[in-house]
Ligand binder design. Structure first.
Ligand SMILES: NC(=O)c1ccc[n+]([C@@H]2O[C@H](COP(=O)([O-])OP(=O)(O)OC[C@H]3O[C@@H](n4cnc5c(N)ncnc54)[C@H](OP(=O)(O)O)[C@@H]3O)[C@@H](O)[C@H]2O)c1
Length: 298
């Protein structure tokens, strides 16, 4: 590890190469924290991430290279930090690991290592309204971490975001190809949030006494309205096809027979496409502007 920054509280950011993690590194650095990034790859911190997420190597004061799934590698990473922020989880990784191995056990390793090191605050990124999506593997995994934090005696705040803008990019991709598909009738409502806004909430959470903070974007859309917005940004007439829930469920089940983790992920996507996900509107960035930026960059 190299240390090159004066002053400020030292914060460990776990998940620093991810969508939310990159914005969180940038936000914490801008606020004057000394940021220690926990990653499997220092090199990737220097590259921009997908969905416009920034390169952040030069915003980090220290880099701790460790494998969060390996409990024994974490002691040096948490040593001397006043707070830990974790956005570790599986979104797009194809490592063959499961939600239980990463979202649950790896984060639990971090909780235990933080408790042993006497960390003052743990901020954990989970999901909005777990009761509405209970039973899914990803939700079970996240909520086991929430439970472990409750039992750990560590001061902590759970950040509960609705869907991310990074997941909305697929709507623009479908609109570019000329047809968008919605799950069911597309009438379920959501208020997705930009990674930079989630990062702001995570940074605020470090000094918050709130046990949980919900985090949604400024605009509420039905699934269909979000799909229409993507067409509008491209200046095209919307062509939207409803895919019946039974068909989506069947596809998810078929995927699950071939690969359990992909099946769990498909199950999550199908369920997320049915339930309401409207969290407190703390985000400032708008989905239309995000689509316009992605479109301009392509
Ligand atoms: N997508 C949504 O709409 C949504 C909504 C609410 C909450 N969430 C939750 O928010 C969290 C952050 O999401 P995100 O989109 O920022 O995720 P992401 O882009 O996939 O980033 C996740 C981070 O976890 C790390 N990670 C994953 N597997 C790992 C492993 N085996 N060992 C070490 N590190 C590992 C990744 O490191 P590598 O880069 O090295 O793989 C990455 O830095 C997740 O827990 C997700 O479930 C997501």
């Amino acid at each position: 590890m190299s240390d090159r920054s004066p002053g400020g509280k030292r914060v460990l950011l776990a998940g620093s190469t991810g969508y939310v993690g990159r914005y969180a590194v940038a936000e914490l650095a801008a606020r004057g924290y000394r940021v220690r990034a926990l990653t499997r790859s220092a090199e990737r911190l220097g590259e921009a991430g997908p969905f416009d997420a920034p390169a952040v190597r030069d915003r980090c004061d220290e880099v701790a290279v460790a494998e969060v799934t390996d409990r024994s590698s974490l002691a040096p990473a948490v040593e001397g930090v006043e707070a830990v922020v974790s956005s570790v989880g599986i979104s797009r990784q194809r490592d063959g690991l499961t939600f239980d191995q990463v979202d649950h056990r790896a984060n639990r390793n971090l909780v235990e290592a933080s408790r042993e090191a006497g960390v003052g605050k743990f901020v954990y990124v989970s999901l909005w309204d777990p009761a509405a999506v209970a039973g899914l593997e990803i939700v079970r995994a996240h909520e086991k971490v929430v439970q472990a934090l409750g039992e750990s005696g560590l001061a902590h705040t759970i950040v509960r975001p609705s869907g991310y803008f990074s997941d909305m990019g697929v709507l623009l991709d479908m609109a570019r190809r000329g047809r968008s598909f919605v799950i069911g009738d597309g009438s379920n409502r959501m208020n997705p949030i930009h990674g930079a806004d989630v990062a702001r909430v995570c940074a605020d959470a470090i000094d918050s006494t709130e046990p949980e903070i919900g985090a949604g974007g400024p605009d509420v859309f039905t699934q269909r309205e979000a799909a229409e917005l993507a067409f509008a940004v491209l200046g095209r007439e919307p062509r939207i096809t409803e895919v019946p829930i039974w068909l989506c469920r069947g596809l998810a089940r078929g995927i699950g027979l071939l690969n359990r983790q992909f099946g769990d992920l498909a199950d999550f996507l199908v369920t997320a496409g049915q339930v309401e996900a409207v969290a407190p509107a703390v985000g400032r960035r708008r989905l239309r502007a995000y689509f316009e930026e992605l479109n301009a960059a392509s």
